[in-house]
Design a protein around this ligand. Structure first.
Ligand code: AMP
Ligand code: MG
Length: 266
């Protein structure tokens, strides 16, 4: 999967990354769905151990254009895990109270504790993306944030958090299909808001902002992964694989009992 990792220090162009790529599973959807099912079982076993170990933290950051599949990824990849060990934080427009603080204030409060897997549905990256593209702050303000963010993430990793940052990469055409489906499917209509159409008009600006962001904030301690996301099954498979790999590397262990278990009479 290394081909999907943004090399630290390298400038990327999203045009070079195919949203329909399926190199990791060339046999197609049926095979992908089968592999996802067995990965989810593995993920469950690893998460149970990670939670029991209660030592380290895992943070998965999900970013992407509207309709890229952040919600669907959370449901499909993490839906079967033990909710006690999962913490999902969704970041929408900051509230009046949040705006009174620095932009990392609301983020830091939601980072995972020991034994937890934290999932960020959008994140502090909106503060260099939406804020930049919608001109909510001048460049002199948002441009300094790449450095803050790298330092903040460095602090989190130094303190025992593994960070996986995922950009769900969809094409302009696929977004059109998904927005149309939201418009035309009653049970999806609640998700469609005028801002989505406004943001779609700004697609090139968002693309440029993402390219800068991925290039400047993919670091050894917290790399970015560009996940081809036009196909939902492939996106799910890749995200599950990334998280599974990270947990496998951490190799969480059940703690040794603090008592002499054989001496406990039941
Ligand atoms: P959704 O994910 O569809 O519920 O939409 C959430 C909206 O909140 C998106 O339009 C984001 O761009 C916006 N948003 C999230 N964080 C920020 C932020 N820090 N500043 C401005 N807009 C934000
Ligand atoms: Mg939306």
């Amino acid at each position: 999967m290394d081909c999907y990792c943004v090399e630290p220090g390298k400038r990327i162009k999203l045009n070079d990354w195919d949203p329909q790529d399926k190199e990791f599973c060339p046999d197609g959807k049926d095979e992908g769905v089968r592999r996802l099912e067995s990965l989810k079982q593995k993920l469950y076993d690893l998460q149970v151990r990670f939670f029991a170990e209660n030592k380290r933290k895992l943070l998965v950051v999900l970013q992407g254009m509207d309709t890229a599949g952040k919600d669907g990824t959370i449901r499909n990849v993490f839906g079967g895990l033990d909710p006690q060990g999962i913490r999902v934080a969704t970041f929408g427009k900051p509230s009046t109270r949040e705006l009174k603080h620095d932009y990392l204030w609301r983020i830091h409060r939601q980072t995972p504790a020991k034994g937890q897997i934290g999932i960020f549905n959008r994140s502090h990256y909106e503060d260099v993306l939406a804020v930049r593209v919608r001109h909510l702050m001048p460049k002199s303000v948002w441009s300094k944030r790449f450095g803050h963010i790298n330092d903040f993430e460095r602090m989190l990793t130094d303190e025992g958090t593994t960070i996986i940052k995922i950009f769900l990469h969809i094409s302009f055409e696929e977004q059109r299909e998904r927005l149309l489906s939201r418009k035309n499917t009653p049970r999806k209509q609640w998700k469609l808001i005028p801002q989505d159409v406004e943001d779609r008009k700004l697609w090139p600006n968002y693309t440029e902002a993402y390219e800068d962001t991925l290039s400047q904030t993919s670091t050894r301690h917290a790399p970015w992964w560009v996940v081809p996301a036009d196909r939902k099954w492939y996106r799910n498979l890749l995200v599950a694989s990334l998280v599974c790999d990270a947990l496998q590397k951490l190799d969480p262990q059940y703690p040794t009992p603090a008592y002499d278990i054989s001496a406990i009479e039941i």
